[in-house]
Every structure is written in C-alpha cells, then in structure tokens.
Design a binder for this molecule. Structure first.
Ligand SMILES: Cc1cc2nc3c(=O)[nH]c(=O)nc-3n(C[C@H](O)[C@H](O)[C@H](O)COP(=O)(O)OP(=O)(O)OC[C@H]3O[C@@H](n4cnc5c(N)ncnc54)[C@H](O)[C@@H]3O)c2cc1C
Length: 382
C-alpha cells in the first residue's frame, strides 16, 4: 500500500477545501440555528462534481474511489459537519445500488443523484429496531407485479427531502433464519401512502434533514427490489461496510476542524501574561489530539484503500468506525476545553463541533455494536 497521495488526489483535496471554506459560511449558521437543509449548497456541490465521485462513469459519476469520496468529506466536515453531511449525504443509498442493483436500476437511480436532480435516503431503523437490524418489521407483500409496503421508519437522513429511499422490508416472514427475511426496495417518495415528518430539535448536524417515515399501503413495482429477494440484511451489511468508512472521514474532518480552532485560540489568548499555548499541559493536549486524529486517519485510509481494491474488511472497518467516532468526540471536547468559557459561546464556533461530533458514535452502528463486531471477529461467537 502506498500512502502518498497522487497529484489528482491532492487537487481534489484543494478544490474541496476551497469550496467548503468559500461557500459553507453563507449557510452554516442559519442551517444550524433553524434546522434548514441547505438545498442550494447541495446543488452547487453537485454542479461542481463533489457529489457521488465514487459512482461509475457510465452512471454519471466521476468513476473515482470511496477513498476520494472520503477525502472530500474530510475537507467538508473540517469546515462544517452539518453542511458536509447535507451536501455529500444526498447519495446515501447509491452505494447499495452500485453494489447490488441491476443495470436498469443503476441507470434509473444513479445519474440524477450526481446531476443534482435527486436526493436519496436509506431507511433501515424503526422505532423498535435500531441496533438490531434483523428485527425490522416493515412488510412488503407481493401483489401481481408490485409490492405493497406497510411500516414505520425512524431517524431517516434526508427523509423529508429525498426523492427515493432504499427501504428494508420483510419479504420472507416464513424464513427461519432472521437474516434471510428481508429485501431492499426503492420507494419513490411521491407514492401514495408515503409520509415523512421532519424530526426537529437535534443536538448536532442540524442542517441535515432527519425524518420519521410512515408507509401505508405504498404500492411499488417489483422492479424496484434491489438484488436478490431475501438478501436485504446481507446487502445492508455490505452497504454499511462502505458507508462506515465514509463516517470515519466525517470524524477525522470534524476533529481536524475543532483542533485547528483550538490551536488558533491558544496561540492568541494570553493568561498570566503569556499565550495559553506556552503552558505544557495545553501543548500535551494538542499533541494528544493530533496523534489521535492521525491514528484515526491512518486506520480508515487503509480500510478505504482496501474497499477500492474490492475488499470489505469488516473487522478493520468496525475498528475504524468506533475509534474515529470516539476520537472525534474526544478531540471536540478538548478543543472546547482549551477555549475555556469562550468555547461555551456559539460565536467562537467550537461548541458546534462538540455537538456535531456526538452523532459519530451513534449512527450507522453505535460504537458498542462496532466493538461487538471486532470482538466477534477476534474471539468468535460467545
Ligand atoms: C441524526 C441521525 C441520523 C440517522 N440516519 C439514519 C438513516 O439515514 N437511516 C437509518 O436507517 N437510520 C438512521 N439513524 C438511526 C441510527 O442508525 C440508530 O439510531 C442507531 O443504529 C442506534 O439505534 P437506536 O437509536 O435504536 O439505539 P438502540 O439500538 O436502542 O441502542 C441504544 C444503546 O444501547 C446499545 N446497545 C444496543 N444493543 C446492544 C448490544 N447487543 N450490546 C451492547 N450494547 C447495545 C447501543 O450501542 C446504544 O448505545 C440515524 C440516527 C440519527 C440520530
């Protein structure tokens, strides 16, 4: 493995940084304060080619890797997590279609996501099935050339702004193995019986749209079922292997942004007649923050590089996901601490990283679940 970035990758990082630093400030405060999805910013991100770079060229993407997608995400989250997830999260589900969809499904669903014509979501979680993905109870009953879907989904990113959503449904209730009962079906959100209610009052990433969804007798053509019927659980596990690597990039970006704010502050603020940066205890804090960020980055870059070689190393990905999530929460906390009372004020911009970082320990597999995956891979099942 070669960790040296290519000239193209360096250019991608530079362009992503310029875009985030130039455009996000116009949106980030209002989006956070009022919990508004920054649609115009998402559109600009698509127009400039930042969205869905991992999608193959024949389906409108740049044909780059999940690694390049992660590099962009790091830069976006460094400036503002809420805007970062809103712009890049518009493709949340494309990975599953790219991995398991038919040629026709890829041609129908992928290009609009890159062109800024459609936003996607993925609906797994339910009020009574979060960490226990196989416990999903939403049903899809075959009827002639359709499925009729009934159920409720919770915490769905893009739920009220999406044009279509991958929905995990029970299609094989008779199956003894609870991991073989489900299928993934793409549901267009303008179908009768589909209702989304935006969830307000989130702690962080408030620009990102999150909704609860109810599906009441939603009729969807059978051709919207992705991959093999009964394989939905497995497909989502494959999808999460990809998207969890993306979450690591969010964590590293947020931590980097928070640490940079702290460095600037302690160099400028004086106490006892000297800059805060001259106290060794504060120097140690920066050393620890920087080391943890670098450890997280190295861990997940390896996982991302493997993904682009066609290898889903679920043990390594789970390690990276919990480590990067905890690392981001740790770094954001220390960055705020280094600001003292000023860190507690919105104006200084560091409390936002503290609020935004917390989600990285929760979504797409809470950190405890990731640790279980790692432990099982090492110890076997107990
Ligand atoms: C902002 C936001 C966006 C989200 N976006 C999406 C989305 O787009 N699509 C989607 O489907 N879901 C989404 N989610 C849901 C998210 O993935 C779940 O919240 C998460 O998987 C945890 O599920 P839960 O909330 O039901 O918690 P629970 O499963 O109830 O877990 C609660 C706590 O118990 C722990 N726990 C649970 N089981 C075990 C166990 N066996 N051993 C040890 N500890 C355990 C968990 O780690 C956690 O700390 C989102 C959530 C949020 C907050």
């Amino acid at each position: 493995m070669d960790f040296a970035l290519s000239e193209e990758q360096k250019d991608i990082i530079k362009a992503a940084r310029e875009f985030a630093e130039g455009e996000f400030p116009d949106y980030m405060e209002e989006s956070d304060e009022k919990e508004i999805f920054p649609r115009a910013l998402w559109k600009k991100g698509c127009e400039l080619g930042f969205v869905g770079v991992f999608i193959d060229e024949e389906y409108g993407g740049a044909g780059l890797g999940y690694f390049e997608d992660a590099l962009i995400s790091e830069e976006f989250w460094r400036v503002d997590p809420g805007c970062g997830v809103s712009v890049l999260g518009g493709t949340f589900g494309a990975q599953l279609i790219q991995l398991y969809g038919s040629e026709e499904q890829k041609r129908r669903f992928l290009p609009p996501l890159v062109e800024g014509k459609a936003i996607m979501g993925s609906a797994i979680t339910e009020p009574d099935a979060g960490s226990d993905v196989a416990g999903v109870t939403t049903t899809a009953v075959p009827d002639k050339d359709s499925y009729v879907i009934n159920g409720n989904k919770m915490f769905i990113t893009n739920g009220s702004v999406a044009d279509y959503v991958n929905v995990l449904c029970v299609t094989h209730p008779e199956e003894q193995d609870r991991h073989r009962r489900h299928s993934v079906i793409v549901v267009e959100t303008d179908r009768e019986g589909f209702e989304a209610n935006k969830l307000k009052g989130k702690l962080g990433i408030r620009a990102s749209d999150t909704a609860e969804i109810s599906l009441t007798n939603v009729r969807v053509p059978s051709r919207n079922l992705i991959g093999t019927p009964g394989n939905g659980f497995k497909q989502f596990m494959g999808f999460f292997n990809v998207t969890r690597v993306h979450i690591c990039s969010q964590a590293v970006g947020a931590a980097q942004g928070a640490m940079e704010k702290a460095i600037e502050h302690i160099k400028n603020r004086k106490q006892f007649g000297v800059p805060l940066a001259s106290f060794q205890v504060n120097q140690f804090k920066i050393a620890e923050m920087a080391t943890r960020i670098e450890a997280g980055r190295t861990l997940y870059w390896r996982a991302a590089w493997l993904l682009d070689q066609g290898v889903q190393d679920h043990r390594l990905i789970a390690m990276a996901k919990w480590f990067c999530g905890e690392m981001a929460v740790y770094v954001a906390n220390e960055a705020l601490q280094l600001h003292g009372g000023y860190g507690y004020l919105r104006e200084y911009g560091v409390e936002k990283y503290y609020r935004d970082a917390k989600i990285l320990e929760i979504y797409e597999g809470a950190k405890e679940i990731e640790k279980l995956v790692v432990a099982r891979a090492i110890l076997g099942k107990f």
